[in-house]
Design a protein around this ligand. Structure first.
Ligand code: SF4
Ligand SMILES: [Zn+2]
Length: 467
């Protein structure tokens, strides 16, 4: 299932065969299409399309090309139109320094006015930029800083990731700019340019991962290879997804699911999927048995949406051992079964052992992803109990500096840091394959963490992407 997050279906190119175009999109699995407007007329057209076709959602707003024409009364009308139930964002709005069809100060004024409108209406924004990313980021950042409630999420306590409040579409910026936007609660969206030889989009993507992206066609423009120069249409979003899947060496379903989830989350398009007890990544089956944790890492989305690669992991209640076993099905279909999810599995240690025992009887490898605090949580040495049940542990080191560790996890450094290190050493002594992980964050010294892992603990080291 794909979502085309940006298609101008009102364009005259679709005047003759829109129904046919929508049928083709549905036939390749395009579930929803978001239609950004460029001025007052196209805003109304987008709404009419959204009223007529259930799979279509509308945005309203003034494109920077049209900024000179965006009179105050027309912007007031845009704001009224934004109250329509199928309007999901203000867009597309932004700055275009490549064409400069409107004077830049005028573009700034109209962009700012519409960001303010989105804040008043509590809607996300769809941002168009061309040769203007730094200014665009600055304007959005300033507006959001002055209106923190725009980005606040009900569960967004303690500086956890903010709710997404927009997308930079047709993104041509650097990996650094993309990461800045991600931290700021924005997504970036990629169209068919990822299929072009002469585009840096692929190298940016490789540096940022695909967790915070949307996909789009920007129809009727930017048709992907091998259709370049032709009219583009929403069915081709599948080609974009396939190319991104190829870049990451993952099944296209992973790209489709992640980007569809992100798009629905951003635009609040129902329905969101039911929480999962198990989920697959590559050929591993992950088990989500709890969302409880003894720590409270600032970078963890456990108390937010609790989503991994488009999978909803926000359990409403903890599954029983029987329910987990039933959800696993035949474990021999997978390379390994991994206790993971958002939450600390050793909090449910008796259940972990029961499930792991059942998996091991079927001859399949078991990995435990943990914060390494199991001995404190269970008030006993659990390492001897791992033997024969857990083949591998992956422990969050987070930082080799105990103070930074404590700050990141929002727990006291002692006894937790020392307990984590002792747990890792004990696992190694017992012959359990042990990996220490850190999340790639600019404030963490990965080189030091790697040295500490190899020289002090004697384990494998792995840095995993945050974004
Ligand atoms: S230890 Fe893991 S589950 Fe717990 S808060 Fe930190 S990242 Fe989230
Ligand atoms: Zn557009």
């Amino acid at each position: 299932m794909f979502i085309d997050s940006h298609a101008h279906l009102f364009a005259s190119e679709f005047a003759d065969d829109l129904e046919e175009v929508l049928r083709r999109a549905a036939s390749v699995g395009v579930d929803s299409i978001v239609v950004p407007a460029t001025d007052i007329d196209t805003s109304k057209q987008a709404i009419r399309l959204a009223e007529k076709y259930p799979s279509v959602y509308a945005c309203v707003g003034y494109h920077p090309h049209e900024a000179s024409k965006a009179e105050a009364t027309l912007l007031e009308e845009i704001e009224r139109l934004s109250e329509h139930p199928k309007v999901v964002a203000i867009g597309e709005i932004g700055l275009d320094y490549f064409y400069d069809f409107a004077p830049r100060n005028r573009q700034h004024d109209i962009f700012k006015a519409q960001v303010e409108m989105a804040i008043r209406r509590n809607l996300p924004i769809v941002v168009h930029t061309r040769d203007s990313i730094p200014d665009s980021i600055r304007i959005v950042r300033e507006a959001a800083a002055a209106n923190p409630q725009w980005r606040e999420h009900l569960r967004n306590a303690k500086g956890h990731l903010p709710a997404p409040r927009g997308v930079f579409h047709c993104f041509a910026g650097s990996a650094e700019e993309a990461k800045e936007l991600f931290r700021f609660g924005f997504y970036v969206s990629y169209p068919g340019i990822v299929t072009f030889k002469k585009s840096n989009a692929v190298s940016t993507l490789q540096q940022t991962g695909f967790d915070h992206i949307l996909i789009e066609t920007d129809s009727p423009y930017v048709a992907p290879v091998p259709l370049r120069g032709k009219r583009n249409e929403p069915a081709n979003v599948k080609i974009v997804a396939e190319r991104i899947a190829e870049v990451f060496g993952v099944p296209v379903e992973d790209i489709a699911r992640t980007t569809a989830f992100n798009t629905k989350r951003l635009f609040q398009i129902p329905p969101s999927d039911a929480p999962r007890i198990t989920y697959t990544l590559r050929n591993s089956l992950y088990l989500n048995i709890t969302t409880r944790c003894n720590a409270d890492c600032w970078f963890c989305d456990r108390k937010g949406d609790a989503v991994v690669k488009g999978y909803n992991l926000a359990l409403e209640r903890e599954p029983t051992v029987e329910e987990v076993i039933q959800a696993i099905g035949d474990p021999r279909r997978y390379d390994e079964i991994v206790f993971c999810g958002y939450g600390e599995p050793t909090i449910r240690w008796e259940e972990v052992k029961a499930i792991a025992g059942w998996v091991k009887q079927r001859g399949v490898r078991v990995r435990l992803n943990t914060d390494g605090h199991g001995n404190i949580i269970q008030k006993k040495n659990i390492v001897p109990e791992l033997l024969g049940l857990i083949d591998e542990v992956s422990i969050s080191l987070n930082s080799s500096d105990p103070n930074q560790y404590a700050t990141m996890m929002n727990i006291p450094s002692e006894p937790y840091f020392g307990a984590m290190v002792e747990f890792a050493k004990a696992c190694i002594q017992s012959g359990v394959a042990t990996t220490m992980t850190v999340v790639n964050l600019p404030e963490v010294d990965n080189e030091k963490a790697k040295q500490f892992t190899e020289q002090v603990i004697g384990a494998q080291f792995r840095a995993r992407p945050y974004f």
